[in-house]
Ligand binder design. Structure first.
Ligand SMILES: Cc1cc2nc3c(=O)[nH]c(=O)nc-3n(C[C@H](O)[C@H](O)[C@H](O)COP(=O)(O)OP(=O)(O)OC[C@H]3O[C@@H](n4cnc5c(N)ncnc54)[C@H](O)[C@@H]3O)c2cc1C
Length: 413
């Protein structure tokens, strides 16, 4: 299915082409040949270092890091739109790898905007200098992730992870779960309650916690149904002490996190689109070579109709993605509604695209070594990342009807 270049800038075309070459040269051959690797029970053995090194060589591991620290910063007027194009291309090769990389961009943008200068000077060069260095964003706890997304801004919905100042340090206690890159990140942005008497928008602070800090334990690498290369992890903080100057944002950290959340939803949708494009590409190829009833599959009209349906859903996701990513770049008043719309729309449409792919591959669609079932597994993960479908719909309602139906899920100051 050809995708038009309409409206793409020179920078966007260049980024797309170099990502496409990276995927075609390194990622797809690896995934096809070594399809068992994602199932290895040793998370360190899953993705070879050479893949991240190759991503690093074309600059996509450090997107968002200011150039003065050796990073690669995209045109700020269209940064989110360009992130979306890159995320789609990488996810076309493997969406777990895309997850690994996009966490670095999203957290880098957050740090660029909220981290004090001394922390940027300390951590950006470390990130740039080590091709294996990954970042993670730790918000979710064993209870109440949806409360954070809504947000349900009352003291009883506060985070259980607490940070208390003791002399020149912050002492963090609690647990974070379902964290992308949680198993192998070198640096974690961690949200913790610093004032239990107020709502979470007033009483949550964020901290930078380096790997290896005493009291921080990577408790486990979660075994996920799809996107397995992201090495999703769970973290325990037991009297974990970070220097006072590793405080990122005091008290209103969640209120300031929109700089992370809005592009995050766009990137989720873009990764989805990449998975859907891969499903369509592979299916279109299959039905033009595989013969049943004396003719290639596509000559059976019922099969062709499914291909048309897949292409239509992909085009609709792409159109909404372009609109929503432009709104986020322009900080438009409709950005909140649109980024939630595209996140939930893409996750549901791409599931249907992946189901068509599995169906049209018949028995081969269910075989691990064929690689089509992987697309369905990967697509299913997106339904639950960066808020569930129902919570995303509630966010849309809140954006559209703030004073009536939008007030439903609790006070939002
Ligand atoms: C693969 C993966 C990667 C992730 N990566 C990260 C990460 O990097 N960092 C991070 O912090 N988090 C991460 N998460 C967590 C993710 O954001 C949460 O899992 C998601 O927001 C859902 O929260 P929950 O799992 O606690 O579900 P819950 O909040 O327990 O929800 C359970 C069900 O209840 C519904 N529900 C809850 N509250 C309401 C309500 N008020 N009204 C109606 N329905 C409601 C939900 O829609 C859902 O159906 C990741 C999750 C996954 C699966």
């Amino acid at each position: 299915m050809s995708v038009s270049d309409r409206g793409l800038s020179e920078e966007q075309r260049l980024m797309r082409d170099s990502c496409r070459a990276f995927v075609d040269d390194f990622v797809t051959p690896f995934i096809r040949k070594e399809w068992q690797r994602e199932w290895l029970m040793d998370p360190d053995a899953r993705l070879p270092a050479s893949i991240l090194e190759a991503a690093d060589r074309i600059g996509i591991r450090t997107l968002g890091v200011p150039e003065e620290f050796g990073g690669f910063q995209l045109d700020p007027a269209s940064e989110v739109q360009t992130f979306a194009i890159i995320a789609e291309e990488i996810a076309r090769g493997d969406s777990g790898l895309a997850d690994k990389l996009v966490q670095n961009w999203k957290v880098s943008v957050l740090l660029r905007n909220v981290a004090p200068r001394h922390l940027q000077e300390r951590w950006f060069p470390r990130l740039v200098g080590d091709p294996a260095f990954l970042l993670a964003h730790c918000l979710t706890e064993p209870r109440g992730a949806s409360d954070r997304w809504l947000p349900y801004n009352v003291p009883e919905a506060a985070m259980h992870t607490r940070a208390v100042q003791a002399g020149d340090e912050w002492v963090i206690n609690g647990r974070k779960q379902f964290i992308s890159n949680g198993y192998d990140a070198g640096l974690f942005v961690v949200y913790a309650n610093t004032n239990p008497k107020v709502g979470m928008l007033q009483g949550t602070s964020s901290f930078l916690v380096p790997r290896g800090t005493p009291g921080l334990t990577v408790a486990r690498c979660n075994e996920t149904i799809g996107c397995r290369f992201m090495n999703n992890g769970e973290l325990a903080f037991e009297d974990c002490r970070v220097p006072k100057d590793h405080l990122l944002v005091a008290n209103d950290a969640l209120a300031k996190a929109g700089i992370y959340f809005r592009p995050g939803k766009i990137i989720q949708a873009a990764k989805n689109l990449g998975v859907g494009m891969a499903a369509h590409e592979r299916t279109a190829d299959y039905v033009q070579h595989y013969v049943q009833g004396g003719r290639i599959l596509i000559k059976h009209q019922a099969v062709a109709l499914r291909l048309a349906d897949m292409a239509t859903r992909l085009a609709a996701v792409r159109a909404l993605l372009r609109e929503a990513s432009r709104a986020v770049d322009e900080r438009g008043p409709d950005a909140d509604a649109l980024c939630n719309m595209v996140k939930v729309f893409a996750s549901e449409e791409i599931m249907k695209v992946a189901q068509h792919a599995v169906e049209l591959h018949g028995g081969n669609g269910a075989m691990l070594d064929f690689g089509i079932e992987k697309l369905l597994r990967d697509a299913s993960i997106f339904l639950h990342m960066d808020a569930t479908a129902d919570i995303s719909r509630l966010k849309i309602v809140k954006a559209l009807f703030p004073h009536t139906a939008g007030a439903y899920a609790g006070a939002e100051d």
